[in-house]
Design a protein around this ligand. Structure first.
Ligand code: PGA
Length: 251
């Protein structure tokens, strides 16, 4: 399955978000999208208007950028998976490196969130990836697999097929430095093989993320185990995101 997800992060006013969505809806007709599943992930406050804008659109789905594992309660400032489902959101990004790095999210948090998302029929988009020191030390395969294993360790294998994995080397996120196609393929193939050996599941999409843009996507999307992308910066520019869908479709 081919999938392209746009992570808008903490960007855009309500109006800017609505304008971006309008441009995406116009550029991404069912025909333009073809067999690519497209996901947009606006900030929480823009979710209702985005869901509304896509009401009659069956080929673009909406993801939140985070969600709390508890169904409700005294967690000031948080939004639960149950609330996201109630708002008709389809998916949720879990364990993004910015959540891990700036908000102290642990592998245990990620595991709890994946379980909660599945309980509420949200598709988890689970992010893993090594930091620069781990890349340089040559421990990146073990580090990314450890994150992924922890995320799925207490999930039923039949539920894992419903999930999406995003490999995002932290050193490539928002830095303009992109992993080479060969570097991406190496990690994707390894993670897929480990998922098969450990959980007996290997058909979930594995996305690449980290400074992916129209000028470098062709080579990355052409890799056998790269099923699409999780796009940050380039997802804020409608023409770039639309072009990335076209490149993925043609890959
Ligand atoms: P970037 O972000 O494309 O801006 O590097 C990717 C991500 O963080 O998901």
């Amino acid at each position: 399955m081919k999938l392209l997800a746009g992570n808008w992060k903490m960007n855009n006013t309500l109006e800017e978000g609505a304008d971006l969505m309008e441009a995406l809806i116009e550029g991404l007709s069912a025909e333009a999208v073809g067999d690519v599943r497209v996901v947009v992930s606006p900030p929480y406050l823009q979710l209702p208007q985005t869901v509304h804008a896509l009401w009659e659109n069956a080929h673009i789905a909406v993801a939140a950028q985070n969600g709390h594992a508890a169904d409700g309660g005294a967690f000031t400032g948080e939004v639960s998976m149950a609330m996201l489902r109630d708002a008709e959101v389809d998916a949720v990004i879990i364990g993004h490196s910015e959540r891990r790095q700036y908000f102290g999210e642990t592998d245990q948090d990620v595991s709890d969130k994946v379980k909660s998302a599945l309980k509420h029929q949200l598709i988890p988009i689970v992010c893993v990836g090594e930091v620069l020191e781990q890349r340089k030390a040559g421990t990146y395969l073990a580090e990314t697999w450890a994150q992924l294993h922890a995320a799925f360790a207490s999930v039923k294998p039949e539920d894992i097929s419903d999930c999406v994995i995003a490999y995002e080397p932290v050193w490539a996120i928002g830095t303009g430095e992109v992993a080479s196609a060969a570097q991406a393929q190496e990690v994707h193939a390894y993670l897929r093989a480990q998922m098969e050996a450990t959980f007996g599941v290997s058909d979930m999409p594995i996305l690449y993320g980290g400074s992916c843009k129209p000028s470098n996507a062709e080579e990355i999307f052409a890799q056998k185990d790269v099923d699409g992308g999780l796009i940050g910066g380039a997802s804020l520019v409608a023409a770039d995101f639309i072009e990335l869908v076209r490149i993925l479709k043609a890959s």
